[in-house]
Design a protein around this ligand. Structure first.
Ligand SMILES: C[S@@+](CC[C@H](N)C(=O)[O-])C[C@H]1O[C@@H](n2cnc3c(N)ncnc32)[C@H](O)[C@@H]1O
Length: 380
């Protein structure tokens, strides 16, 4: 059984993009699975396939071979690449599998101090999860399938959270730079934490001062590192659950963190009205642009929060700002920041241009894998 694609689909795979949409599939099996993709008689790739979704074909290898063996080989490679990090920081948090970035489309595997969380959002993985868990066993004390992501519904998959191996605890304690934090393995957002920002969070330990503001803080991620060097740190998030965890995390580290449950847009406006000023502000919003059609509205939202933050900074203050939406490209992200600076009548200087950590690899010819932009800017 094979998948036949049209010329447009073939061009995508020949350019080393991994995706072909259903409209470019000429014929294929009736059920989801792993299949070779052809353009006429020409072999193009091995791919995960689901005839029932728009994103039907997700390639993982550009040469022929046994489909299951090839996929599991990719998994072995991804795990081997993280071995050194696991050996040096067994109590740390790392991404072991970054979906398309590791040629394992639709599969995310995160490591939290010995406990592993798996999230599969492509149909073909469902029957392979026991084999995935088997490969993860030597690295982990437990393996949890946190298959509760909404994206699974589009694939016709059920939502559930259940152990694949061992007894996953309710939470794990992860060491990150100079702090430790609790991860809610079963009930947290995503797989429990946002590992893509780990190196950017640790960067915060280089700075000190009077007041820092961590907006869209989740469980205190950036704020904990800031609390090592700043006298006052305020964490703002709209999720009460996340802030409860931020407070627990502060206690765990013997640090002081003020938490505030609020809509970031409203709160930044209030701070401005009250004439408050900060030495450092972190902005780590959720993806405002979930699809291409949202881009214009999302651009305005990113610009608004950045503009407000820029106005709140003291002279010489630092803005650590991010966007995790791949629809907002890197050039657009910097354009948005430049416009926000101009509208605030302030001059900004870039100290660091960063992105997602090394364990979230980016495929050059599959731009969707480059989603996180992070800039550290100084207000002059
Ligand atoms: C990308 S996560 C932040 C991750 C965090 N900085 C870390 O390093 O762990 C985005 C956060 O924004 C929060 N959020 C979403 N919309 C919000 C809003 N309008 N106002 C405040 N917080 C919001 C979510 O609850 C979530 O915790």
């Amino acid at each position: 059984m094979r998948i036949l694609v049209n010329e447009r689909g073939a061009e995508r795979l020949l350019s080393r993009h991994l995706w072909v949409f259903r409209r470019d599939v000429l014929s294929g099996p009736d059920t989801p699975g792993l299949f070779p993709v052809y353009w006429g008689k020409r072999f193009l790739a091995l791919a995960l396939y689901n005839p029932h979704t728009d994103l039907s074909v997700r390639a993982y290898r550009f040469r022929p071979g046994d489909p299951i063996e090839a996929l599991l080989e990719n998994l072995d490679r991804a795990l081997a690449r993280r071995q050194a990090a696991l050996a040096t920081e067994p109590e740390g948090g790392f991404r072991l599998v970054h979906a398309e970035g590791d040629f394992l489309p639709g599969l995310v595997v995160d490591y939290y101090a010995g406990h592993v969380v798996v999230q599969a959002t492509a149909h073909a993985w469902e029957g392979l999860l026991p084999q995935v868990a088997e490969r993860l066993r030597p690295l982990a004390r437990s393996v949890l399938a946190k298959n509760d992501a909404k994206a699974r519904e589009l694939e016709g998959l059920p939502l559930y959270v259940r152990p694949l191996w061992g007894e996953p605890p309710a939470q794990a304690v992860v060491r990150e730079g100079g702090v430790r934090y609790l991860v809610d393995l079963q009930g947290g957002q995503k797989t429990g934490a946002f590992l893509d920002q780990r190196d950017n969070r640790i960067l915060m330990e280089r700075f000190s001062g009077e007041r820092a503001l961590d907006v869209f803080s989740y469980a205190g991620g950036f704020g904990l590192h800031l609390a090592l060097g700043f006298k006052e740190v305020i964490s703002v998030d709209s999720s009460r659950e996340a802030l409860k965890r931020a407070e627990e995390n502060a206690r765990l580290n013997g640090l002081s963190l003020k938490t505030l449950e609020a809509n970031a847009f409203d709160h930044l406006r209030q701070l401005e009205k009250a004439g408050e000023r900060f030495d450092l502000i972190v902005l780590d919003p959720p993806a405002f642009a979930k699809g291409k059609k949202d881009l214009e509205r999302a651009y305005r939202a990113y610009k608004e929060v950045n503009l407000r933050a820029i106005k709140l900074l003291k002279e010489g203050g630092l803005l650590a700002t991010a966007s995790c939406s791949h629809h907002l490209s890197e050039p657009l992200f910097y354009q948005m920041l430049a416009e926000a600076a101009a509208d605030a009548h302030r001059t900004l200087r870039v100290l660091e241009r960063r992105g997602q950590g090394w364990d979230h690899p980016v495929l050059l010819n599959h731009p969707e894998t480059h989603y996180l932009k992070f800039a550290l800017l100084e207000v002059l």
